[in-house]
Design a protein around this ligand. Sequence first.
Ligand code: FAD
Length: 413
Amino acid sequence: MQFQVIIIGAGPAGCSTSLFLSKHKIPHLIIDKSCFPRDKICGDALSGKVIEVLKKYDENIVQSMAADSSHFLGSWGVKFVAPNGKALDIPFKQNTNAEQHAPGFISRRMHFDAFMVQQLDLNYATLWTGVEVKNITSILENKCINIIKEGQEQMLECKVVVGCDGDRSIVEKSLLPRSMDPKHYCAGIRAYFKNVSGLHPQNFIELHFLEELLPGYLWIFPLGDGSCNVGAGMLSEYAGSKKINLRVQMLKAIANNKNINERFADAQLEGKIQGWGLPLGSKKRKLSGDGFLLAGDAASLIDPFTGEGIGNALYSGYFAAEAIAQAIALNDYSAKFFAVHYDQPLYNRLWAELKLSHKMQQLSKYNQLFNFVVDRAHKSATLRNTISCMFEDLDLRAQFKNPVFWWKMMIGK
Ligand SMILES: Cc1cc2nc3c(=O)[nH]c(=O)nc-3n(C[C@H](O)[C@H](O)[C@H](O)COP(=O)(O)OP(=O)(O)OC[C@H]3O[C@@H](n4cnc5c(N)ncnc54)[C@H](O)[C@@H]3O)c2cc1C
């Protein structure tokens, strides 16, 4: 069977690629081994960047999310808690009155991913779920994709394949094999808890930098059904070398750390604590080659400080569709073409943020420094505004280069 474009994976990266290809009226096949709704281990937080890309496609999608508060809980800010227990509340937006809906949302991936699949435009997208890709090979100018559909092995052919199949991507493994780099990879665990007390009235997401989890952190994200997504993440380099069992450390912190334990006094764990990896975007990589592109986690694009990957997955899908539309118009599917029309514009959009987040991730291992920054931010409106602007996606680099900014921060203005 022959197709011009095949997308592998119908998570955020795959759905975004499909939606923007449909906008260009390009027919394509999108395959996922799961049937939706399906779970994905995640913190479930949808940042302003997710909203930004969805609005590029269709403003109404965001309006329907905002209208369904039991599945999409609006969040207005973030709470950072330093190892010494001092908390800092940072709103995502300075002027909340002007907003029609919250700047961010929290939604179980079971709901969000199924919602995204429902948005696909079936005039252009052919969706196959429950179909697993086993491997991919290159024959002449085509890609041959070996799949298992309804228990039968089949071979598909296409001009271009988009690897949106997440961490441990089969597309990456088949076409651009490379080993995991523990300096740029994070281990993560996620649990759902009922009856966590002390949540913020505006549903702020919470990042707790606890002594026992440094240089990682524990998060508490409220959900529309009254429960919370609670999890922890740590760079694999540290978790491996210090033999840290994240699950044990998280449960220990919930039971004993005085920054949070009282809030879990009546909490009940729902289901199991589950783990999954976060391929971080803290190092530039090749994202494409002859007849293929990688997007989302398959391209290692997760923010190394916040762990946010959904927004970058959606952005990479947008840029992948733009590059493919140009490739079809010029009949050029070469590695050189995609390096210029995909890798380059995508990194132009994301690299400055990824680099800044990498610096912050490296600093977060110094707990005294973290205590100091939160202390300063309590006293310094400049620093509070700067952190808030980071979430509004303004150009921060200019501020960091300005000595007046650092002076105001140090003297607490
Ligand atoms: C513990 C944890 C917490 C996180 N918290 C957050 C958060 O709060 N906010 C945030 O923005 N990001 C978070 N992330 C990151 C986020 O989950 C990912 O960045 C995001 O899911 C990437 O989307 P994707 O579409 O690239 O991949 P995925 O969501 O992993 O989707 C890949 C899809 O490909 C399919 N697939 C895989 N292999 C095959 C195959 N061989 N054949 C066919 N189909 C296949 C899978 O079934 C899946 O549906 C977190 C990650 C972890 C591990």
